[in-house]
Design a protein around this ligand. Structure first.
Ligand code: ADP
Ligand code: 5GP
Length: 214
């Protein structure tokens, strides 16, 4: 996941921030949810509507044939990922499901926020937790599937992995949903039943937050 989008946007530039020394006037939007739930699809539509940047994460996991380095992710080997950690280049980083490492490069996020643009992160629940600690006025939305069979169907529809990997992600998805619904990281939960409805609901939440900030 995590394709990039880029467009200018004039939202939220005059916001009075409670942590003014941190100087991030744009809205940082965290979109979380299980693999296959529709995050990438929703985020593309949000960027189309509001402008802003879809943050490209770094990862040590293997690139699938459909993915492009530098567009969907920065695909790094472990020594390079460790070097980025040592150089303090990540806003947050985490090992997701004890497998691969993922991290959000900080510089592009800060640069876009400083310009008053929206920045969207597609990260896991622990990543969202860590970002909220550093940037408390970020907006965190968790996307839920309408039901489990539909999630499994969408994981298969992505056509990115073999059946064993799909089943593993499906099992992990249930854990991620439990983690999200039992914690207090999220401002809102949105069911992605139909794409237009779910996108409208997330858009309304974003618009509400942008309106509060002016
Ligand atoms: P994620 O980024 O959360 O892994 P994707 O955006 O890649 O999920 O979506 C997974 C698959 O589900 C894609 O094939 C996408 O077209 C499809 N999809 C997304 N939202 C819906 C929806 N509301 N109804 C049916 N299919 C959907
Ligand atoms: P996938 O391998 O399916 O692309 O992503 C697996 C999980 O890693 C998803 O839950 C996704 O949101 C999360 N993820 C992607 N990028 C990052 C990141 O930079 N940081 C964190 N913490 N999680 C990420």
């Amino acid at each position: 996941m995590g394709a990039s989008g880029h467009a200018a946007n004039d939202h939220a530039s005059a916001h009075e921030h409670p942590h003014a020394h941190e100087n991030h006037p744009g809205l940082l939007l965290l979109i979380c949810g299980p693999s296959g739930v529709g995050k990438t699809t929703i985020v593309h539509e949000l960027i189309r509507r509001f402008g802003g940047l879809f943050s490209v994460s770094a990862t040590t996991r293997q690139r699938s044939p459909q993915e492009r380095d530098g567009v969907d992710y920065f695909f790094l080997d472990e020594p390079t990922f460790q070097k980025w950690i040592d150089e303090d280049r990540f806003l947050e980083h985490a090992q997701v499901f004890g497998r691969s490492w993922y991290g959000t490069p900080e510089a592009p996020v800060r640069a876009e926020l400083a310009k008053g643009h929206m920045v969207v992160l597609d990260i896991d629940v622990q990543g969202a937790d860590n970002v909220r600690k550093r940037i408390p006025d970020s907006l965190a939305v968790f996307i839920l599937p309408p039901d489990e069979p539909e999630l499994l169907k969408r994981l298969r529809a992505r056509g990115r992995e073999d059946e064993a990997a799909i089943q593993r992600r499906f099992a992990e998805s249930k854990l991620e949903i439990a983690r999200a619904t039992h914690g207090n990281t999220f401002d809102a939960f949105v069911v992605n039943d139909t794409l237009p409805r779910a996108t409208d609901e997330v858009s309304a939440i974003v618009a509400g937050r942008l309106a509060d900030r002016t």
